[in-house]
Design a protein around this ligand. Structure first.
Ligand code: ARG
Length: 462
C-alpha cells in the first residue's frame, strides 16, 4: 500500500521540490485541534450510520484523543510525507490503532474536512478577537468619561475648524470600532455552518446525519449544497474584510495620535512603554507602536486582496488554489491579535497635555459661532456666514484676534450685533452649544458614553 492517502493510482514518487511545494503542514498544523474534533464527531456519525461498530468508533475516538495528547504535549512528530494536518493526524492514528483507522475517512474527503476545520478554528479565533476589540472600546470609553472636561481643536482638512472635546474625539474612534465589532457579529453566522458530509464535491453516499453532526460540532446548520459547501470561502473573505476595516480604523486613529504627539502639536505624550528611541539621535522618542499599527493595516489589506485574487477565477468546487486561503487568514488573525492589545495599551497609558491642547484653541475657530450669533438675531445664515468672514478679514487687516474686534467695529458690519456678542468668545460655551444628539456638549457626550456602555454590556459574548 502507498504511504500517501491518494497513492493508489501512482507509480512514481513526487519530485522532492513538488512535495515541498504541495505541502501545507508547515502552516495548517495549527488546525490540529479542529481537525481532531471534526474527525471524532465524524467517527460517531459513521457509527450512527452503521458504517462503524460501536467498538470501532470508540477505538478511533480514543486514538484521536491520543493524537491530540501528542500535539498538546508538543510531541507530535511531523514525518516526511505528512502533506497536511489531515494526512498527518490520520497517519499517526493508524500508527496508534492500526488498520481500523482506515475506516475513518469513509465518505469523507479532505475537501469537506479542511473547510470544516477552518470554520471550527476561525469561530474560536473570532471570539478572542471580539473580546480584544471590546477591551479597546472600553479603554476609549473610560478615558472619554474621566477626561470629559478637556477641550481640543477639531480639524477638517487638518486645519483648525471648531473647538470640540477630547472625549468626543475619543468616542469618534470608539464608534468606528463598535461597527467593526458589529460586523464581526454579523459574519459569524456565515462562518458557523458545517461543510462536513459534502464529500469531495458531490455529497456523501452514506446515510450520514449531517444535522446531528452540525449540532455535535456546534454549527447552526449543515451547508445547503455540496458543490458550494466544499469551495465556499466567503467566510474567509468576509473575515479578511472585517480585519482590514478594523485595521484601517486603528490606522486612522494612530495617525491622529502620531500627529497629536508631534512636537508641533504636543497634545499627547505616549508612554515610554509604547515608544522607542533612535539609535543615532539621543533626544528622539518615536511613536513606533502607532506607526506599526498604521503599517500593519496595509499588510492585512494585502491578505484580503490576495485571497480575493486567488478566488476570482476558480471553476466550480474544490481546486488546490484553495489551500492558499490559510496563510492570509492566519496572518490577518495573528496581526489583529497583536495589534488590538497594543492599541488598547497605547491608548490607556498616553498622557494628555491639557494646557497645550487648550492653547491650540484660537478665537478664529469661533467664527462660525459669530455667524450663528447673528442667525439667532434673525439674519439669514448665508448673510451671517459672509459677515463673519468679513469680521475675520477685518481682524486680520488690523492685526488683532477676532475676539478683540470692538462692538463698534462689529456694528459697522451689521446693526444686529449687541453687547451680548461678547459671550460667544468662550470655547466651553461653543462646545456646550452643540447639544444635539451626537454633538459635543457634556450631556451629548455622556449620552454617547452611556450608549456605548449599554452596547458593550449587551454584546459581550461568551
Ligand atoms: N491541504 C489541502 C487544503 O488546504 C487540503 C485539501 C486537499 N484536497 C485535495 N483534493 N487535494 O486545501
Amino acid at each position: 500500500m502507498s504511504t500517501k492517502l491518494w497513492g493508489g493510482r501512482f507509480s512514481d514518487a513526487l519530485d522532492p521540490l513538488m512535495e515541498e511545494f504541495n505541502a501545507s503542514i508547515a502552516f495548517d498544523r495549527r488546525l490540529w485541534q479542529a481537525d481532531i474534533r471534526g474527525s471524532q464527531a465524524y467517527a460517531q456519525a459513521l457509527a450512527r450510520a452503521g458504517l462503524l461498530t460501536a467498538n470501532e468508533a470508540e477505538q478511533i475516538v480514543a486514538g484521536l484523543e491520543q493524537v491530540a495528547g501528542d500535539w498538546r504535549a508538543e510531541q507530535f512528530e511531523v514525518k516526511a510525507g505528512d502533506e497536511d494536518i489531515h494526512t498527518a493526524n490520520e497517519r499517526r492514528l493508524t500508527e496508534l490503532i492500526g488498520p481500523v483507522a482506515g475506516k475513518l475517512h469513509t465518505g469523507r474527503s479532505r475537501n469537506d474536512q479542511v473547510a470544516t476545520d477552518l470554520r471550527l478554528w476561525l469561530r474560536e479565533e473570532l471570539t478572542k478577537s471580539e473580546q480584544k476589540l471590546h477591551t479597546l472600546i472600553e479603554v476609549a470609553t473610560e478615558r472619554a468619561e474621566s477626561e470629559i472636561d478637556l477641550l481640543m481643536p477639531g480639524y477638517t482638512h487638518l486645519q483648525p475648524a471648531q473647538p470640540t472635546r477630547w472625549s468626543h474625539w475619543l468616542l469618534g474612534h470608539a464608534w468606528a470600532w463598535q461597527r467593526d465589532a458589529q460586523r464581526l457579529q454579523d459574519l459569524l453566522p456565515r462562518v458557523n455552518l458545517l461543510p462536513l458530509g459534502n464529500g469531495a464535491l458531490a455529497g456523501n453516499p452514506f446515510p450520514i446525519d449531517r444535522d446531528w453532526l452540525a449540532q455535535e460540532l456546534g454549527f447552526a446548520a449543515p451547508t445547503p449544497n455540496s458543490l458550494d459547501g466544499v469551495s465556499d470561502r466567503d467566510f474567509v473573505a468576509e473575515t479578511l474584510f472585517w480585519a482590514t476595516m478594523t485595521m484601517l480604523h486603528i490606522s486612522r486613529w494612530a495617525e491622529d495620535l502620531i500627529i497629536y504627539s508631534s512636537r508641533e502639536f504636543g497634545f499627547v505624550t505616549l508612554a515610554d512603554a509604547y515608544s522607542t528611541g533612535s539609535s543615532l539621535m539621543p533626544q528622539k522618542k518615536n511613536p513606533d507602536s502607532l506607526e506599526l499599527l498604521r503599517g500593519k493595516a496595509g499588510r492585512v489589506f494585502g491578505d484580503m486582496s490576495g485571497l480575493l485574487m486567488t478566488l476570482k477565477g476558480l471553476p466550480s468546487t474544490y481546486n488546490k488554489d484553495l489551500q492558499e486561503d490559510k496563510e492570509p487568514l492566519f496572518d490577518a488573525i495573528d496581526t489583529l491579535a497583536g495589534a488590538l492589545p497594543i492599541a488598547a495599551g497605547a491608548l490607556a497609558t498616553l498622557t494628555v497635555k491639557r494646557d497645550t491642547m487648550a492653547q491650540a484653541l484660537v478665537p478664529e475657530m469661533l467664527a462660525t459661532d459669530l455667524a450663528e450669533y447673528l442667525v439667532r438675531k434673525g439674519v439669514p445664515f448665508r448673510e451671517t456666514h459672509d459677515l463673519a468672514g468679513e469680521a475675520v478679514a477685518l481682524a486680520e487687516s488690523e492685526g488683532i484676534a477676532l475676539s478683540d474686534l470692538t462692538l463698534t467695529a462689529l456694528r459697522s458690519l451689521h446693526p444686529a450685533f449687541d453687547e451680548d456678542v461678547l459671550a460667544i468668545w468662550s470655547y466651553e460655551r461653543s462646545v456646550e452649544q452643540r447639544d444635539v444628539r451626537g454633538g459635543s456638549s457634556r450631556r451629548a457626550v455622556k449620552e454617547q458614553i452611556d450608549e456605548l456602555r449599554r452596547w458593550l454590556s449587551q454584546s459581550t459574548s461568551g
